[in-house]
Write a protein that binds this ligand. Structure first.
Ligand SMILES: [Ca+2]
Ligand SMILES: [Ca+2]
Length: 143
């Protein structure tokens, strides 16, 4: 099993912190319980939405959620999508997970820029704890 954080996060590339994080994160990661985004959303819609925001700094979460069809989904489905995006099953989408949020929709998705990540987090993080909880996420999608 490959740890999401080891492969995805450059900031944890130092060996000691990476292996510590990997043990912690991998232990809690249960891929079998993870639903694929493609079982919640239409893959054609995902592709179109990813194409629409290909350019750096063009990401608009409102339009994106609408284009992928997530906005029209029930709170239950949005919660399922949240759990796909919460790669380490911490119950929150942290800033480092948010950066790779498009990869949660399709492996071809690009990384968000720091500017996009911060804007996205700011829009979603209503209680200001620096991460997105499931309630904050569903509220943002249905906003
Ligand atoms: Ca998380
Ligand atoms: Ca929050």
């Amino acid at each position: 099993m490959t740890c999401f954080f080891c492969v995805a996060s450059e900031s944890w590339s130092s060996l000691s912190s990476c292996s510590t994080q990997a043990r912690t994160r991998c232990q809690h990661s249960t891929p079998a319980a993870k639903m694929a985004m493609s079982s919640i959303l239409n893959t054609d819609d995902i592709k179109k939405a990813l194409d629409a925001f290909k350019a750096a700094d063009s990401f608009d979460h409102k339009k994106f959620f609408e284009m992928v069809g997530l906005k029209a989904k029930s709170a239950d489905d949005v919660k399922k999508a949240f759990h796909v995006l919460d790669a380490d099953n911490s119950g929150f989408i942290e800033e480092e997970e948010l950066k790779f949020v498009l990869k949660g929709f399709a492996t071809s998705g690009r990384d968000l820029t720091d500017k996009e990540t911060k804007a996205f987090l700011k829009a979603a993080d209503k209680d200001g704890d620096g991460k997105i909880g499931v309630e904050e996420f569903t509220a943002l999608v249905h906003e």
